[in-house]
Write a protein that binds this ligand. Structure first.
Ligand code: SF4
Ligand code: SF4
Length: 296
């Protein structure tokens, strides 16, 4: 494909190191817990698992199965209208494994389950409660589906003891119909984030934007302002990478200098923290940034 953009040098990654990283990796082997970090071969695993200066190691796990009821154009998770039923033991098993693993910060992500009447919100909330019950020290972030804007489902998550409520806007408003599943919406995402904050003002809220899909600077700026207008506290910006040939093409590789500018703009707009860089994913060093922002 002659049209394909060459991978710039800043996206070529190195092998992770660090003693905390090796320790966590060894512990993980016996726990029967699979992480998104390993399965997606995420380049940030060394940094995230090591946890930075405060030692707040972060890992991400996926709940509610590996099959999504939606099909976003940037995502390689498999799709079905009727995924297998939920595993009722998942909340307790996950909590027990996470407790043994000794992480500082866990990000729970999930597929969308439009097939379930509550979108899986009770299952996710139960998982958070179990994790907190078994280990009150660990910080929990949940990257939640939009639950089609359903207030009860959002409230179930907002009030379950969660520390960070994350829901990704993914892209600017103009590109949303070309990037996300048609059931997801830019306005709906803003509404979900606002509803969570209205229900529980103490909850830290977070969102993420992928760059390199053809968005303009003005549109990125507007998206950041829209997120702030509904009280979103934390923001991440990262490069979109095409997972397979069937997915959306990369329009542009955004330079590290440009990502830095967005980080500075995020600070000016009042985000608690803005993590912005070519390799940043929504869970990138989440524990470390969260703790640092509290100590500021
Ligand atoms: Fe894991 Fe997310 Fe960090 Fe990647 S960015 S290593 S998926 S926590
Ligand atoms: Fe992927 Fe999430 Fe979209 Fe499902 S809803 S296809 S998991 S991005």
């Amino acid at each position: 494909d002659a049209e394909r953009l060459r991978l710039p040098p800043w996206l070529k990654t190195t092998i992770p190191t660090g003693s905390k990283f090796s320790e966590l990796k060894a512990q993980l082997r016996s726990l029967n817990l699979s992480t998104v970090c390993e399965e997606a071969r995420c380049p940030n695993i060394g940094e995230c698992w090591s946890g930075g200066q405060h030692g707040t190691s972060t890992a991400t796990i996926m709940l509610m199965g590996d099959t999504c009821t939606r099909g976003c154009m940037f995502c390689s998770v498999k799709t079905s209208r009727a995924p297998p039923p939920l595993d009722p033991n998942e909340p307790a098993h996950t909590a027990a494994a996470i407790k043994q693993w000794g992480l500082g910060y866990i990000v729970l992500t999930s597929v969308d389950r439009d097939d379930l009447p509550d979108g899986g919100s009770a299952h996710l909330a139960e998982t958070v409660r179990e994790i907190k019950k078994q280990n009150s020290e660990i910080l929990v972030e949940c990257l939640v589906p939009d639950f089609r804007g359903n207030k009860e489902s959002i409230a179930r998550l907002a009030d379950c003891g969660l520390d960070v409520f994350a829901h990704n806007i993914e892209t600017v408003e103009r590109l949303t119909p070309f990037v996300r599943d048609r059931r997801a919406g830019y306005r709906q995402t803003l509404k979900v984030l606002k509803t969570a904050k209205d229900i529980n003002p103490d909850l830290v809220t977070k969102s993420s934007i992928m760059l390199g899909l053809g968005e303009t600077d003005e549109q990125v700026e507007q998206t950041m302002k829209d997120l702030r207008s509904v009280g979103v506290d934390c923001l991440t910006l990262g490069q979109y990478m095409q997972p397979t040939k069937r997915h959306l093409k990369v329009f542009e590789y955004v330079t590290p200098a440009k990502f830095k500018q967005w980080e500075e703009r995020g600070a000016e707009l009042g985000f608690l923290y803005t993590a912005s860089g070519p390799l940043v994913r929504s869970s990138y060093r989440a524990g470390e940034f969260f703790i640092s922002s509290l100590l500021k």
